[in-house]
Design a protein around this ligand. Structure first.
Ligand code: MSP
Length: 511
């Protein structure tokens, strides 16, 4: 894969209930990275989808009194619709019930058999259907008379059945070597340490097939078994590139994946099982896994089983999608859990979007419309104040790529909004309205620099708030070719002689 290609994925979602804010968060995060890489000249492939096999889904369909596939079709569609509502720029949407996925899972299974990594035995132990995960006895506690996983709090049940096993124990040292060589594989660093400690603690072989239900991909040559849903699910990242056809253009261009965005609850599967499966199957592991924290409601993880869900669709309908995206990306700290609330959402919309960026655009555009017939011509050398603003802006933009490459969206957004703040201050100090009668050239220059600043901020914020910034860039006549990071430092994004298009209010203030 050339360094100019970037393959990014969201987790694929269980269609076991309605999508909620946690799902929206994973997806928006990945979308912001995808959009950023596009304006940074990368050839991006962005994948999302649904994870449709396993007991959890079979049970959900039974509860719904539906045929399992009919049920999956119905709920998978709600996730697809959500991806549109979230304004995701995904290139593909994969469902694990699709034919292309079966081919890829079969190939991985066969490779694991050939490499001698799979054997038949019996699984005896704890299983959580809600997590679709096996737990050791020391990972279980009692809660209100019920056995639950200490890690997730989900109920577990005792399970005994014939099962194929993957020789995970064999890969312990190889995995540790792999983490050592690939220091960037797990982000953020705290999660990396967690994984390394867990692996150092010893890995047991992993049960990778089930016999007590049928909703899954059958084990090749042994139809009594279906493949464990996590082995099935992880393979989606390859299926979408037309694996096992390794000569396929998508596979050749985009594998190994550049970034799997996931929540911290599914880190073990991605950072331990996935590279182990891949190393055993002689496929290169992905380059990075970014594990984000949880969206909390009070002190608890927001989840369907806890019934504390903020519905993303209701929030989008009331406040707008750019607003929700901006709030989640700015306020939930890099890699940590974040408590979200409507009060803070409203505060954030008012302070950053309505009063800062939105106001900057509105005041400059309406002044130019009302006083200059929408036309501004840059015609003077830059003043000391102009140069000062440009240099402060450059300083703030220097670290932006590094923030993004470190998956640190909070600092990326904070720096960008700071540019907007500085530009508002510049207008207040320069008072272009006072120059209308005395020095129209200088006034034009000031306005032109403001427009240039607005163009920069809009390009930089485009990955986060695509709808509003696209309107602004269109009104500034910035072509889609110039909507690119490489133009930021030149201070020449917009034409010297520019006639603005119309711009309506971008963000309504919430009272
Ligand atoms: N199907 C698996 C993923 C397979 S990927 C090969 C799965 N699905 S899920 O629907 O339960 O969760 C999908 C993603 O949503 C996970 O990254 C999970 O962390 C995220 N979230 C679910 N609830 C969440 C919060 N309350 N907060 C933030 N994200 C959480 O796991």
């Amino acid at each position: 894969m050339s360094h100019n290609n970037f393959y990014i994925t969201t987790p694929i979602y269980y269609p076991s209930g309605k999508p909620h804010m946690g799902h929206a968060y994973s997806s928006i995060l990945a979308d912001v990275f995808a959009r950023f890489k596009r304006i940074d000249n990368f050839n991006v492939h962005f994948l999302t989808g649904t994870d449709e096999h396993g007991l959890k889904i079979q049970k959900a369909a039974e509860k719904d009194k539906s045929d399992t596939l009919v049920y999956c079709n119905k709920i998978s569609k709600t996730f697809k619709d959500l991806s549109v509502k979230l304004n995701l720029s995904n290139n593909d949407f994969i469902r694990t019930t699709e034919k292309r996925h079966f081919a890829s899972v079969n190939e991985i299974w066969n490779r694991l058999v050939t490499s001698g990594d799979i054997y038949l035995s019996t699984y005896k132990g704890w299983y959580s259907v809600s997590d679709e995960a096996y737990y050791n006895s020391d990972e279980i506690t009692d809660k209100n008379g019920k056995k639950v996983s200490t890690f997730s709090g989900s109920p577990v049940e005792w399970m005994e059945e014939e099962s194929f096993f993957f020789k995970l124990s064999k890969w312990q040292d190889k995995l540790l070597e792999f983490y050592e060589k690939n220091k960037d594989f797990i982000h953020p660093i705290t999660r990396r340490n967690e994984v390394i400690n867990f692996v150092k603690g010893g890995l047991k072989d992993l049960s990778v097939s089930r016999t007590s239900f049928t909703w899954g991909i059958p084990v090749p040559n042994n139809k009594k078994h279906v493949i464990y849903v996590w082995l099935d699910a992880l393979a989606n990242y390859l299926s979408a590139l037309n694996f096992p056809n390794i000569n396929d253009k998508l596979y050749k261009t985009f594998w190994p994946a550049s970034l799997h965005v996931i929540g911290k609850d599914i880190l073990r599967f991605h950072a331990i099982y996935w590279p182990a499966f891949l190393l055993a199957a002689k496929i290169e592991p992905p380059l990075r896994i970014y594990s984000h924290g949880w969206i909390l409601s009070g002190d608890e993880k927001m989840s369907k089983s806890k019934g504390n869900i903020l519905n993303p669709l209701e929030i989008i309908a009331k406040y707008g999608i750019d607003q929700l995206r901006y709030y989640l990306m700015k306020e939930v700290s890099h890699g940590s859990d974040g408590n979200i609330s409507l009060i803070n959402l409203e505060k954030c919309i008012n302070s950053d979007l309505a009063n800062n960026y939105g106001n900057l655009c509105q005041r400059v555009f309406s002044f130019i419309k009302n006083n200059c017939k929408s036309r501004v011509v840059k015609n003077k050398n830059l003043s000391k104040e102009d140069l000062n603003l440009i240099s402060k802006t450059n300083k703030l933009t220097i670290n932006l790529k590094a923030f993004m490459n470190n998956n640190d969206l909070n600092n990326y957004i904070k720096s960008t909004i700071e540019i907007s703040f500085l530009t508002n201050k510049y207008i207040n100090d320069e008072e272009p309205w006072k120059l209308k009668k005395t020095d129209i050239d200088k006034m034009n220059n000031i306005l032109h620099l403001c427009l240039e600043q607005i163009a920069k901020i809009s390009i930089l914020l485009n990955p986060v708030i695509p709808i509003a910034t696209t309107k602004v860039l269109e009104a500034l006549k910035v072509s889609s070719k110039s909507k690119n990071l490489s133009f930021i430092k030149n201070n020449a994004i917009i034409d010297n002689d520019i006639t603005l298009g119309d711009l309506n209010i971008l963000f309504q203030k919430i009272n």
